[in-house]
Design a protein around this ligand. Sequence first.
Ligand code: HEM
Length: 557
Amino acid sequence: MTSIPNILPFRETILLVAGAGLLCHLVYKKTETHEPSHAVVLLLVLPLCFAPFVVQHVRGIVEGVLITLFIYWTTLLSSVVAYRLSPWHPLAQYPGPLGCKVTKFWCALIALGGKQHVYYSELHKRYGDVVRVGPNELSVRDVNMVVPLMGPSGLPKGPFWDGRIPEKEIIRPMISIRNKADHTRRRRPWTRAFSTTALKDYEEIITRRSTQLVEHLGNQKGVIDLAQWIAYFSYDFSNDLAFGGGSEMMRHGDVNGLWHILEEGQVHAIFMSHVPWLGALAFRYPMFVKEFKAFRSYAQNRGIMRHKLGSQFRDLYHHLMDEGDVATTKPTIAEAVSDGGLAIIAGSDTTSTALANMFFFLLSNPDTYRRLQAEIDSLGEDIMDYNKQPHLPYLSGAINESLRLYPPVLSGSQRAVGRGTSGQQIGPYYVAEGTSVFIPTYSLHRDPRYFSPLPDGFVPERWLGRDQQIKLRPDLFKSESAVNHIVDAFIPFSLGPSGCVGKTLAWMEMRMVTCLLFHNFEMELEKGYDVNAWHLDICDYFVMKKGKLPIKLSPRR
Ligand code: HEM
């Protein structure tokens, strides 16, 4: 290295490098850049510019470079940590664990273990309704926040989605679109696809696929994994819905390992959704996102086939592609295919999880099982009537109750106050610009202020009228003062302009499958099955991962 005149004494040289580290923090804070090329400049090139000054004071180039980088990076990190813990941080007033305040990697690592829903619940028990769960993120367990955050004038989606779906490379599925106007445009065909008329078109597929499920189950011997069979059913159904067919898991099993791809992909995705800049980086390297890419190419192939072959009925793709020529602006094929893939994931995992949980709760609570069986039997010959099934209150109660205890999206869906705004009052709380906020659904649903008695217990009766409650469970409901039932705090499908668009369809599926299984079979858990295993196996990877549900079936008629 050419010698540089010794213009600065050692102490000043070190201060200069440290000052550059502070400057780097300011640049990051101002620009929030996560571009790799910017990182190279800010984290390597810039500090190395100062290395020649340090080299003059030490034993050689290597030592000088190392000392420069050490001082620069340590100052940068200390400055970031000090700011995040300082009283000047906009979220300083909110309590939370130190690890959460300092870095999002804290929650990312917890999420990898699959128990983030339990972690958030414990945090709320310890710190109260508002907890700072990230340097710039709040978890709010308060019913007064539900509509302001997610209702018609709520906030747009948060950066969570940037870590799961690459921002620039592909047409994003509708669920991940953060810009409100773009999201509204992409949601229009979905709204048509789930209109009352369109839902009628899907009845025939639900009937056919749930009858097929009953036939396959009837042919099984010994103990079966009901959770897996329901997953196969909902996967086949979702493919019919999205692209007019293409999956036969009930018939052939998961021969292509697609269910595995979906589940494994979720583990990676939940980590990246906590640290979106790392997710965006990972998308540049195929080895980190092989499950995502495998599923995307599966959906693309399904889309191409559907485009070539058409469909026997008006499926979702018909609406997404505007084959009926009703839209003023035509969607593109890429958008329709991307959203078809979304329908497979959003529709299959959630509904099968909700059903599996409900069967688990009913089978491990024999009184509730018998009550539901009696109610379903009362339908007689009308067992498959889509107009009669919604009038079974105990069935609705059982579905609601399992969605309350285990909402398939356990930790809810993130929203964010945009940068460049001056922050926003959301319900009872003022939230600074750049803050992400979510309502932890699992914690909200189990809060005794909203659901009592037994907030952690499976009590379908809580969804019935008062007379029925007292008749069926006088032990729990006789004293009115012990009962809390705040339905505004029940948000398994979220709500508002980004809430679940498939809610009515999911209810149709769940009712039909339950009615048919109860009508055709006596079911019991495998002897010796430890019910705790079900709870232990549940993992929150945004969508829920569950374990086996081993049951024995015998035909009823
Ligand atoms: C029990 C079953 C289901 C549950 C609990 C459920 C729950 C949810 C939740 C919590 C969201 C996030 C909403 C938000 O960001 O605020 C969502 C979004 C969505 N769900 Fe469902 N879902 C279910 C079934 C379905 C079905 C059957 C479909 C049909 C394809 C579907 C399609 C979607 C779509 C497309 C979105 C994105 C909506 C948007 O961004 O505008 N879901 N769902």
